[in-house]
Design a binder for this molecule. Structure first.
Ligand code: KG4
Ligand code: ZN
Length: 342
């Protein structure tokens, strides 16, 4: 079974080809350099760049996979959540291909894709989750989402908690901008944090005493902004220490909630998904928690599978088909759902 999947939900134009659940190609074109100077993703630029690049990325994915488009059995596409006019580019391309080649179209939720990035297999069939034993807990942390979810079976989810304001990746990006690290700053800031003292600024750990499993980042962001204003011109060491202290508070909040969720729900593993899953300190802390519960921590196989990519969408489509959840849709009726949730 060959699946070709497209994701244009944000600022990466991604196309992947999957054969029997194994990734043959995961091509993408990043737009970051075009959004950088605006300090965030500009929807109109995203739409234009997706439209410009989609055919090139599609051809690259097919070429790398050594697959002819006529041999594709299913097309899959992200229909939400994401930027409306960006999603539209991928959806229109997928509709066009499905009709032209008379193959079904599988609509995929981007966040479900981030969960399935953990089920991805490389072309030799290597992956983390091979013997699937539900239920799992999933922590989804990206530039737009912070969520704790129980995955009871393929396609069956219960949301335990989510952010009340900013997503964790967004908080990383905003703080990074405050201290002059550019956009998107999450990855650079976590590098800076390696040289910093996490105990120099005792930033508040948000929501640590709340009884629910929700997150919040606005108070922490305000606390960092106060310190930045007080310090005035920042030295290299200030930047290292703010990075480390912020990272400590932001990640500790995630870990407190994951630990609480685990004490209330028995699961067979923790799945980590979304761009912030690349954070080394987060991985270390979660590994310790999982060790305490004697369960594995699952991660996307490589860095490309952490951030937005087509292979996670293709893998999600694969399992929808394999588990009998996929029913053919009216292709013309498929519409973007920018606020789609799990
Ligand atoms: O999943 P993703 O690629 O896009 C969204 O769907 O949002 O996530 C991107 C987010 C950005 O906010 C970026 O700063 C953050 O992931 N990020 C990190 C790290 N690498 C990427 N945040 C913290 N530490 C990192 N190492
Ligand atoms: Zn994403």
């Amino acid at each position: 079974m060959i699946i070709l999947a497209i994701d244009t939900s944000c600022d990466d134009t991604s196309v992947s080809v999957l054969k029997d659940g194994k990734i043959l190609s995961n091509a993408m074109s990043s737009q970051i350099q075009f959004h950088k100077k605006w300090g965030g993703v500009v929807p109109s630029i995203a739409k234009r760049m997706h439209a410009e690049k989609i055919d090139t990325v599609l051809n690259k994915a097919l070429k790398e996979a050594k697959v002819n488009i006529e041999d594709v059995d299913y097309f899959a596409v992200t229909y939400g959540p994401g930027l409306a006019i960006a999603l539209e580019v991928g959806i229109n391309k997928a509709k066009e291909l499905s009709k032209q080649y008379h193959k079904p179209l599988v609509p995929i939720n981007h966040m479900e894709g981030h969960i399935y990035s953990n089920f991805a297999l490389n072309k030799n069939g290597k992956g983390y989750i091979t013997d699937i034993e539900f239920p799992y807990m999933a922590l989804l942390v990206s530039g737009n989402h912070s969520e704790i979810i129980i995955m009871k079976d393929h396609g069956i989810y219960e949301k335990l908690g989510e952010t009340q304001d900013d997503a964790v990746g967004e908080a990383f990006d905003k703080v990074a901008r405050m201290i002059g690290l550019g956009y998107p700053g999450g990855a650079i800031m976590s590098k800076m944090a390696e040289n910093g003292d996490p105990s120099r600024f005792k930033f508040p750990i948000p929501m640590q005493h709340s009884k629910d499993l929700n997150f919040s980042y606005s108070g922490l962001k305000t606390a960092v902004s106060r310190v930045v204003n007080e310090l005035g011109e920042l030295s290299k060491q200030d930047i290292y220490d703010i990075s480390a202290s912020f990272q400590y508070a932001a990640i500790t909040e995630l870990c407190i909630k994951v630990e609480k969720a685990m004490s209330e729900n028995k699961v067979n593993g923790l799945i980590l998904g979304g761009g912030v899953s690349a954070n080394v300190y987060l991985r270390k802390r979660l590994r310790e928690i999982c060790k305490g519960y004697n369960i594995p921590l699952f991660l996307p196989l490589n860095k490309k599978l952490c951030t937005d990519n087509g292979a996670m969408i293709a893998t999600c489509a694969y399992w929808k088909i394999m588990s009998g959840q996929f029913e053919e849709i009216d292709i013309d009726a498929l519409d973007r759902k920018p606020r789609l949730s799990l």
